[in-house]
Design a protein around this ligand. Structure first.
Ligand SMILES: C[S@@+](CC[C@H](N)C(=O)[O-])C[C@H]1O[C@@H](n2cnc3c(N)ncnc32)[C@H](O)[C@@H]1O
Length: 321
């Protein structure tokens, strides 16, 4: 059985018997006016963060969500779009699609504004999406891509890139791991499917996105996720897994390389009212400017009185590029 088949099996079981401890973290459940998330959806929250952000959802975007789980994030996206077929959910596991569909019926009872027809559920594979090219404004996945081995991850990202309109955005939440993992962990299909042994370092994850052509990357959150300890897992040392929330925007690739925002800020503290780096960046005296890592490095090289903060791993818009 391939690791992809093992993954399908695991999520078939997780659809038939909700498993509260599977994949999820203790993220607070969204409290928004008029939004009630059915308990079964919360029990089937198999994600490790959130991909739903109001600021991505202006101007009635067409939303695609791959790897539907119990449907919680589909409901959250539908909360913002509220139109027939405004959100499309794709999953390769029939049982997960059925569970999601019946969870929507419960969501209809709890939410007078919601209708199941707001979400179009489709059978399909992240590696070969049944979606027209350049038809999507916001594509999302939560805790699926980390399961894929590198070549499949590249395929899945290329598929998301293909279906997005120019300037569309891919929003994701996934575990990452900065430490090397031994081959026993890496080759354990069940641990991989459980989102525990497939994760890669942030810079490798970002490179897969920029290699696919995404010109702007935003790391929006970074949190501790799991510890693999020798008393529970086949490892001799503690392995720390984190999770990130990250957006990749289908902007054209800048000639000097991608803009990767990791939460750095530049503040000019010299004697002039502003500093113009003659490269498109004007820093007003003592005013913070969010900068991508490329601009942060270029500003640092100027040897001017500019304070550049460390990455906060929390970027929420605005800035240099
Ligand atoms: C870890 S769960 C995450 C579910 C959901 N995104 C959430 O946050 O609760 C992974 C989901 O991806 C689905 N899945 C697994 N392999 C897939 C594939 N190759 N293509 C599409 N969906 C897949 C599973 O059925 C499951 O719904």
């Amino acid at each position: 059985m391939s690791y992809l088949e093992a993954t399908n099996d695991l999520y078939k079981q997780a659809a038939l018997t909700p498993d509260v401890g599977l994949c999820c973290t203790t993220n607070p459940v969204w409290q928004l006016p008029g939004l009630s998330i059915p308990t079964i959806m919360q029990e089937m929250n198999y994600g490790c963060g959130s991909t739903v952000s109001a600021s991505d959802l202006v101007n009635d975007p067409k939303v695609l969500y791959v790897g539907v789980g119990g449907g919680m994030e589909l409901l959250q996206f539908a909360y913002f779009s509220r139109q027939k077929g405004g959100v499309t959910g794709v999953d390769v596991v029939d049982e997960m699609l059925s569970a999601c569909k019946s969870n929507f019926k419960i969501a209809e009872e709890e939410n007078p504004w919601f209708r199941s027809e707001f979400v179009n559920l489709l059978k399909g594979d992240a590696l070969n999406l049944p979606i027209e090219s350049e038809s999507i404004d916001v594509a999302a996945q939560n805790c699926l891509f980390n399961i894929f081995k590198l070549e499949d991850l590249r395929k899945a990202v290329a598929e998301m890139y293909r279906v997005l309109k120019p300037h569309g955005r891919l929003v994701m939440s996934d575990p990452v791991c900065e430490q090397p993992m031994n081959q026993t962990l890496r080759n354990d299909d069940r641990l991989r499917a459980l989102c525990l042994s497939g994760s890669i370092p942030i810079k490798d994850y970002v490179k897969v996105l920029t290699d696919a052509g995404f010109g702007t990357i935003e790391i929006r959150a970074r949190k501790s996720y799991r510890i693999l300890s020798p008393n529970h897992y086949p490892t001799e040392e503690l392995v720390h897994i984190e999770s990130i929330e990250i957006a990749a925007i289908k902007d054209p690739m800048p000639e000097d390389g991608p803009c990767v925002f990791t939460g750095k800020t530049a503040i000019y503290y010299g004697g002039e009212p502003y500093l113009d780096d003659k490269n498109g960046h004007v820093l007003l005296q003592n005013q913070p400017l969010a900068v991508c890592d490329k601009t942060a490095a270029a500003l640092a090289a100027l040897q001017e009185p500019i304070h550049i903060s460390e990455s906060t791993w929390h970027y929420d818009g605005g800035g240099c590029c």
